[in-house]
Design a protein around this ligand. Structure first.
Ligand code: EPZ
Length: 426
């Protein structure tokens, strides 16, 4: 397994190109199953999860044509003239929970789907009951058997009023895609408002879907009989941008994040400003630098968009571990998303967890140590801590980072970081 070595202490200075959003690209890829026509997706991030999702689509019958890509990202066309299999097997789904997003498109287009239940993961139990109940409301019959979801709708899905009992990004995406091909109107209440859902909806509209209310909690979809092709550019990755913004801030650097708008990062920019870091719009992106001296402790609580993202909680904690004063970080989305805490403590952080909250008391210095990545964002928090730790940090299990950050070492090294990948001998 590859590892990453980071020598701490160099402020980051320079420019970083922000890639397309992994969490927009994954549902967009599954949306290509809704049509027999070609959907071209530009600005896909070149990360492991996109390759996995592409493999899943190919196994459902998609043909993929790669176009010449710029320095970062992928540009590819997906054509699924015929769905050759409506089964998403355990072997692929267990590697990536977002695979469950093929469920809505497959049932909507083919009237049936058999999708492995994803199971738990490092950040919590993460059930999919909300996706299933919503599909049932639209007329699907669902059975769970031997670890698989069997969904059938022989006469097609019917438009319905779907009220989500809690805000779920994935359920909103699955039902948005299913409703696009359902018979009649679907009204989705208590929908998630994440920019990635808006991006999915915009692409569906280019494919001919009739959708209103994207970005609000009530989305209305008038089903159509079939969808066509589209050419769509994936929205910028706000979590990658936020992660690099915090890398610039924690290292006391000065970095321009290219290709991302401030609107995507509202609550993160607010929390960073309170902590002593300015994120300001400049030509072509956002400039990040401290607005005075030291970092200061601030309290944050994760919430669905437009609240502070759970996907930035670990990185915020790394930053708060070297701030002046204390910070209370509360995780309200996932029940087990503090796996980075013991690793940060091995580097000298002072953190106490009580239930869903972590009390972080800032320390003057962190020290490099061998640490273990546990999930994608936890790994990024270790990278941030390593950037300012004294000495070398070796991060193990780098495959977590490779799932969602495109060429992380190149982007950080381009701004002066002392970082290298230690490749496992073949
Ligand atoms: C998406 O996951 C993201 N993944 C996650 O990104 C992100 O952390 C999460 O949204 C929250 O923002 C993708 O977009 C591919 P949810 P998702 O359904 O859709 C509970 C990353 O690091 N729930 O909004 O799976 C669930 O357990 C990641 O890139 C149910 O109880 O998240 C959680 O507590 C990891 N039943 C809460 O809702 C359900 O049927 C929110 O989950 C569905 C969800």
């Amino acid at each position: 397994m590859d590892r990453i070595r980071i020598g701490g202490g160099t402020p980051l200075n320079g420019r970083i190109r922000i890639s397309g959003a992994k969490n927009a690209a994954l549902p967009l890829l599954t949306a290509t199953l809704l049509t027999a026509k070609t959907v071209r997706l530009r600005n896909l991030p070149n990360v492991a999860d996109i390759k996995l999702m592409t493999a899943l689509l190919e196994q459902h019958g998609s043909e993929v044509e790669h176009h010449e890509s710029p320095e970062y990202g992928l540009d590819a066309s997906y054509t699924t003239a015929k769905i050759t299999s409506t089964t998403a097997p355990y072997d692929l789904v267990r590697k990536m929970r977002a695979s469950v997003l093929v469920l809505g498109p497959l049932v909507a287009r083919e009237g049936n789907a058999t999708v492995s239940l994803p199971g738990g993961c490092a950040i919590g139990t993460r059930p999919v009951d909300i996706h299933l109940t919503a599909l049932e409301t639209m007329g699907a019959k669902i059975e769970l058997e031997e670890g698989y979801i069997h969904a059938v709708a022989p006469d097609g899905l019917k438009g319905a009023e779907v009220v989500f009992p809690m805000v779920s990004v994935g359920a909103t995406e699955n039902i948005l895609m299913a409703a696009a091909l359902a018979d009649g109107e679907t009204v989705m209440r208590n929908s998630a408002k994440e920019p990635e859902i808006v991006d999915l909806g915009e692409c569906l509209k280019k494919m001919g879907a009739k959708i209103e209310g994207l970005g609000s909690d009530t989305i209305r979809v008038q089903g159509v009989a079939e969808l066509g092709g589209a050419d769509h550019t994936v929205v910028a990755d706000r979590i990658e941008a936020g992660s690099f913004a915090m890398a610039a801030g924690i290292s006391d650097g000065d970095v321009v994040l290219e290709g991302v708008d401030a609107e995507l990062l509202g609550s993160v920019i607010d929390a960073m400003a309170e902590a002593g870091i300015d994120v300001t719009p400049v030509e072509g992106g956002l400039q990040v630098r401290r607005n005075g001296g030291a970092l200061v402790g601030v309290d944050v609580m994760t919430d669905p968009f437009p609240g502070f993202p759970t996907d930035m909680q670990a990185q915020m904690m790394a930053m708060m571990s070297v701030a002046k004063g204390a910070s209370m970080i509360t995780e309200s989305i996932f029940e087990n998303r503090f796996m980075h805490v013991p690793e940060l403590m091995r580097m000298g952080a002072n953190i106490n967890v009580h239930g869903g909250s972590a009390m972080v008391r800032g320390v003057d210095t962190l020290t490099g140590a061998p640490v273990m990545a546990t999930d994608l964002r936890a790994s990024m928090s270790l990278v941030l801590a390593a950037l300012i730790a004294e000495g070398d940090t070796i991060i193990d299990r780098v495959y977590h980072l490779d799932r969602g950050y495109e060429r992380l070492e190149d982007k950080l090294a381009g701004c002066g970081a002392d970082i290298e990948r230690l490749r496992e001998p073949a």
